[in-house]
Design a binder for this molecule. Structure first.
Ligand code: GTP
Ligand code: MG
Length: 192
């Protein structure tokens, strides 16, 4: 996959707007502000293909990017407290509706902030992916905020808490580029 061959396709606010797709699809999920859009930008080597914000709740739609013939899908973050109940429901319906669809789901990239223990909604997300039989990889974000020793400790702890093999957990930094080649390899392997 040539990750630099990327363009924005479309943004959808409700699941029924999302068209069927025959292409391989890689979806990026995680809490609000965890770094989904930043990671996508780093993958494609662009500063602002996906909109990034220091304020949580930036991505409020399901955004499709065409990356060398594969769909990379940026989903709204979950767990953002400061939006209305109606808006929370719309996001939950959007994310839930998307995963209910008949789609390729080659890989779900499930992001967790490396600095924190997985939160309730992270547990629910990973539980949902396991139960649904979705191919997924847990990717820890913002590794540049911790020392290498701390990174390894957090990786072991988060893997144990989520009950997944620590060897499969990727440690990344959208800021510094750490772990990005490994993630590209995982995406490429899932999309053959
Ligand atoms: P929503 O769209 O609101 O769900 O957020 P998101 O998950 O798309 O997060 P986004 O990429 O917008 O990043 C949120 C904040 O975290 C921004 O201030 C980013 O600059 C910062 N950030 C993202 N990735 C990294 C990283 O690897 N290292 C550091 N230090 N900051 C990061
Ligand atoms: Mg975003």
């Amino acid at each position: 996959i040539d990750f630099t061959h990327a363009r924005f396709c479309a943004a959808y606010g409700t699941p029924d707007q999302i068209p069927e797709a025959k292409r391989p699809e890689v979806s990026v999920v995680g809490r609000s502000n965890v770094g989904k859009s930043s990671l996508i930008n780093r993958l494609v080597g662009r500063k602002a293909l996906a909109k990034v914000s220091s304020k949580p709740g930036k991505t409020a739609t399901v955004n499709f990017y065409d990356v060398d013939g594969i769909y990379l899908v940026d989903l709204p973050g979950y767990g953002f407290a400061k939006v209305s109940a109606a808006e929370k429901r719309r996001w939950a319906d959007l994310i839930g509706g998307y995963f209910d669809q008949e789609r390729s789901f080659n890989l779900v990239v499930s992001l967790v902030d490396i600095r924190h223990e997985p939160q309730k909604l992270d547990h629910e997300m990973v539980g949902f992916l396991k139960e649904g039989g979705f191919p997924f990889v847990v990717v820890l974000t913002k590794a540049d905020k911790l020392s290498r020793a701390q990174q390894q400790r957090q990786r072991a702890l988060i893997a144990r808490e989520l009950d997944i093999d620590p060897e499969t957990v990727l440690v990344t930094s959208a800021e510094k580029g750490q772990g990005i080649d490994e993630l590209k390899d995982a995406i490429s392997a899932a999309c053959v």
